[in-house]
Ligand binder design. Structure first.
Ligand code: ATP
Ligand code: MG
Length: 270
């Protein structure tokens, strides 16, 4: 049995030892996002500490993906400020390109669709950006890729092409690829929602392990169990706003906001 699946049985350490949110690692201040005439995010403010795991949940169209994309500036906010560990980006005043690329490199992102290159092997997929972006030699990159593939339980797939890997394996390769750039923050946008439940579990196990190791993570998810048991904090969005946030167990078991109660009920009845 792969190490990944063993991890699944070991509950992650609870985050009592995690740093407090008193020293924000990431801070969003009054973020607004408009697409033409449509206002999609209204005044979203949020902070997280290094090493925290935050789950973002909420109904479809509430702005969860847009918020993630505002953090790494894939979608520049219309108003507001994003600060990450000393770097500040004010809406309307974009960073110079080199600085923006530097910031993006510190933030790994994993999407619902894995976006692997079909004509490259698994190893080449994980190594490519290390050579191009970090300037590692092919040999160094491959050595690091093999370590990471081992970490996600897929060392034996290094020479395969993505098409010969299951969806869960492809998503784990995408995670290894993101980790290869040594990010300080990982953003996950519904990483398991395109997968059968069993394959989703393999991916969640890898994410649990990352959380246990202290990676700072923001995870947009419909996996309520993950939100409750792995994340430190849950943020609930509706209609472009954060309507509730707090320690995960509190929000998931004793939500206060009527809209959150309704949403959680709907998800559980699914
Ligand atoms: N590029 C765009 N142009 C115009 N509108 C957009 C664009 N991207 C997102 N939107 C709109 O912004 C709103 C929020 O979308 P977003 O994808 O952030 O929601 P979400 O919470 O991630 O939803 P889901 O759970 O379905 O993924 C939606 O109404 C969507 O149609
Ligand atoms: Mg989305």
């Amino acid at each position: 049995m792969s190490s990944t699946l063993t991890v699944l049985k070991t509950p992650p350490e609870r985050p009592s030892s995690r740093p407090s949110a008193a020293i924000p690692f990431l801070k969003l201040e009054a973020i607004q996002k408009q697409f033409g005439p449509y206002s999609v995010l209204h005044d979203v403010s949020f902070e997280m500490a290094k090493g925290e795991v935050v789950a973002i949940i909420g109904p479809s169209g509430s702005g969860k993906s847009t918020l993630l994309r505002c953090i790494n500036q894939l979608e520049p906010p219309t108003k507001g400020r994003v600060s990450m560990d000393g770097v500040q980006i004010e809406a309307g005043r974009p960073l110079p390109k080199a600085q923006l690329l530097k910031l993006r490199r510190r933030i790994g992102m994993v999407f619902q669709s894995f976006n692997l290159f079909p004509h490259l092997t698994v190893l080449q997929n994980v190594s490519l950006a290390q050579v191009r972006t970090l300037g590692r030699s092919r040999q160094e990159a491959d050595a690091r890729s093999l370590q990471l593939l081992d970490r996600v339980g897929l060392a034996d797939k290094a020479g395969h092409y993505p098409a010969r890997c299951s969806g869960g394996q492809q998503q784990r390769i995408a995670i290894a690829r993101a980790l290869a750039l040594e990010p300080e923050l990982m953003l996950f946008d519904e990483p398991t929602s395109a997968l059968d439940p069993e394959l989703g579990l393999e991916v969640l196990a890898v994410m649990k392990e990352l959380a246990r190791e202290g990676m700072s993570m923001i995870v947009v998810t419909h996996e309520m169990n993950f939100a409750e048991t792995v994340s430190d904090r849950v943020v609930v969005m509706a209609e472009g706003r954060i309507i509730e946030q707090g320690p995960s167990v509190e929000v998931m078991r004793h939500p206060r906001h009527e809209r959150v109660i309704k949403f959680l009920q709907a998800v559980r009845d699914r």
